[in-house]
Design a protein around this ligand. Structure first.
Ligand code: SF4
Length: 180
């Protein structure tokens, strides 16, 4: 079982690695960490505490903390969507922490709502049908980072390479020839 201490330690370590800070408000921070812990216990992965998760990792991969949108949001607004990760100026109170607009495409949000709405709690087997339908509608592709060679299999490349931090533009689709 994941502890709150472990969730905090992981966030602190990740913030340090990327030169970020955790939200300076201890109560607000505590709520976010608690949300991450709860989601990890519920789904098996720490989905974003400020967004609705579908409960299926394949659909929630982009909002598994730290999400795909964190780095571009911190760069543009000084904070991630939840304001868990912030820049130094915001941490020190020199710049206010303002709401960050949602960068996640609305169709991904809608998909999570659809999966949950169409899965009656009293009929869990219905979940498999809905998820299978949704999965059949997405196309997973192989992407590689032209800078460091990192490869991932997903709908679209990440905003930022998790290994070398290259931007999305540095990703190209990896086509596999099947005619050999
Ligand atoms: S918005 Fe912040 S807290 Fe939410 S998943 Fe992204 S990095 Fe984590």
């Amino acid at each position: 079982m994941i502890t709150l201490g472990k969730v905090r330690q992981r966030a602190e370590s990740d913030a340090k690695t990327h030169g970020y800070y955790l939200n300076p408000d201890p109560n607000f921070l505590g709520d976010l960490l608690e949300g991450l812990k709860r989601n990890e216990e519920r789904y098996g992965y720490p989905s974003c505490p400020c967004r609705l998760a579908s409960g299926k990792f394949e659909f929630d991969r982009d909002i598994t903390c730290p999400c795909d949108y964190r780095d571009p949001d911190v760069e543009e607004y000084g904070a991630c969507y939840c304001s868990l990760y912030v820049k130094k100026e915001l941490y020190e109170g020199k710049t206010p922490i303002l709401p960050v607009p949602e960068r996640r495409p609305s169709e991904k949000q809608a998909r999570a709502y659809r999966i949950l709405a169409e899965t009656p709690a009293e009929e869990p087997s219905g979940a498999a049908v809905v998820v299978a339908q949704e999965l059949s509608e997405i196309t997973l592709r192989l992407w590689y980072c032209k800078q460091c060679g990192y490869v991932c299999f997903r709908e679209e490349p990440p905003y930022v390479c998790p290994i070398c931090k290259a931007k999305r533009e540095m990703f190209a689709e990896l086509k596999i020839r099947t005619d050999a």
